[in-house]
Design a protein around this ligand. Structure first.
Ligand SMILES: Nc1ncnc2c1ncn2[C@@H]1O[C@H](COP(=O)(O)OP(=O)(O)OP(=O)(O)O)[C@@H](O)[C@H]1O
Ligand SMILES: [Mg+2]
Length: 456
């Protein structure tokens, strides 16, 4: 569907404004023409136009920029496009810095004008729909997430807009930003919410296993296939399937996936009868998929199939205006999970957390809060309860590498400490995680004076 709008055209040359109006009327827009900036401002007093196209240079009265500034004083969200001759493109660029939405260079190509008008009118319509009933800075709650951050709110809007489509969605975002939560929201916000929601981590499985998980198999398809088993594609029918870490699937699975996405039909492994599926696919990736395409690791045709709608979740460091909301939500959940209650967190502690770069995003924040919650000795979590975030070896996901520049030796000893903590002091397990043998690990622990943490 194409949106049409009310457009005001301002040019001192009658032929120019009339031909512009005639062209835009053919696109279905409602056009008004005037010959001077002053008249344009007058018209805006009575009518709220979707777009004002104004000539930069007009010999009498105020020029295009002044017209724009006056209109925007009247209607701060007015969209203005400046028409300019080649010689004055610099001025047009400065006009954009002062708030013009775009500029058109004379002599213009009517198709370009149509495109500019359509883009601006469409954006305004979508924006108007979104801001219906929304106050600036207002908090939105959305399937377990809360936000007042404009970029995050746009993500919520996009989820709502696409929830009822069957088009594939690609979620691109750093690790720990909430990709899974958004995938679930896509499912829950749409008509499929009563159907199954399934997910599969494509990175966790070798290709052959991934294939049998996705496609299912018939009895005798391979050694060990003692009966028929439906795969995730079939099990997710009527619902949604999240293909997590899609960038990591190998070439064979990529081409099979392409076929399923195109045809919505598949054969189980070892099967001869085709099965139809009705699945809404969501794919997620930590690294831009286009990069994997450029590096030749990911099929371009599959990329286009997946990238029908793309949702990019901003990293936590770019939405620190949500920090307090997130802390509130996470502490509520953590208090339930851990059984440890606190009254809250001091402002000083929040400010301290604001200075961290959060390479591990919301998951890192969650881990940091859990650690602080469990160790804090007061009614409120205090700034010092987060000291570990800045101490080498203490942070959440990878946090200890980013802010400090550690020597290789320090990094090695920190990795060992951290793995030992995670394996609760089990040296054999730690050695296997680190890919070295036990005696080497003991040797390194001696060298770095690492005590074995108490086993619990
Ligand atoms: N807006 C949010 N509000 C509350 N918790 C959140 C929010 N976003 C993420 N989380 C929590 O942070 C953790 C990471 O979220 P999630 O698993 O959705 O991220 P991800 O992007 O899929 O991470 P990865 O790339 O590591 O798989 C989860 O425990 C999740 O509950
Ligand atoms: Mg995930």
């Amino acid at each position: 569907m194409k949106y049409t709008g009310r457009i005001l055209i301002v040019d001192d040359e009658r032929v120019v404004r009339d031909s512009l109006a005639a062209w835009l009327r053919e696109d279905g827009h409602d056009c008004t023409t005037v010959g001077s900036g002053e008249e344009a401002v007058d018209r805006f007093v009575a009518t709220d136009f979707d777009l004002c196209i104004v000539d930069l240079k007009m010999p009498r009265g105020i020029d295009g920029i002044e017209t724009m500034l006056r209109i925007r004083r009247l209607r701060p969200d007015a969209s203005v496009v400046i028409i300019t001759a080649y010689a004055t493109v610099d001025t047009a660029v400065s006009a954009m810095k002062q708030g013009a939405e775009d500029y058109i260079v004379k002599p213009f190509n009517p198709e370009d004008i149509s495109a500019v008008a359509e883009r601006i009118v469409t954006l305004r319509r979508l924006r108007a729909r979104r801001s219906d009933g929304r106050q600036a800075g207002e908090v939105q709650r959305f399937f377990g997430m809360s936000s007042r951050n404009p970029r995050m709110l746009e993500v919520f809007d996009l989820v709502r807009e696409v929830a009822n489509l069957r088009s594939t969605v690609l979620i691109e975002a750093e690790s720990g930003t909430g990709k899974e939560m958004i995938a679930r929201a896509i499912h829950m916000a749409g008509r499929r919410k009563d159907g199954p929601y399934l997910q599969i981590s494509c990175a966790a499985l070798p290709d052959t296993l991934l294939e049998s998980e996705l496609f299912g198999y018939e009895k005798g398809a391979f050694t060990g296939a003692t009966g028929r088993r439906p795969g995730k594609f079939e099990l997710a029918s009527g619902g949604t399937l999240l293909l997590d870490e899609i960038g990591d699937v190998g070439p064979k699975v990529q081409s099979d996936l392409l076929r399923v996405l195109q045809e919505r039909r598949l054969f189980r492994l070892g099967g001869i009868e085709e099965v139809s599926i009705d699945v809404r696919f969501v794919a997620a990736t930590n690294r831009p998929l286009a990069m994997a395409v450029r590096e030749g690791r990911f099929r371009e045709d599959l990329f286009y199939r997946l990238n029908v709608i793309r949702i990019v979740i901003p990293p936590l460091r770019d939405r620190l205006d949500d920090l307090e909301l997130l802390i509130g939500d996470l502490l509520a959940r953590l208090s339930q999970d851990t059984g440890r209650q606190v009254e809250g967190i001091t402002d000083e502690a929040v400010e301290r957390l604001r200075t961290h770069t959060w390479p591990g995003n919301v998951r890192e924040l969650e881990n940091a809060l859990e650690r602080a919650l469990v160790s804090c000795r007061t009614d409120r979590i205090e700034a010092r309860d987060f000291d570990f975030l800045w101490a080498p070896g203490g942070g959440g996901d990878g946090a200890w590498i980013a802010p400090n520049h550690l020597s290789l030796k320090e990094v090695e000893s920190e990795v060992i400490r951290s793995v030992l903590r995670r394996t609760r002091g089990n040296v054999s397990e730690a050695a296997s995680v680190l890919g070295i043998d036990r005696s080497t690990l003991y040797e390194k622990m001696r060298r770095y004076e690492i005590e074995k943490p108490d086993e619990d």
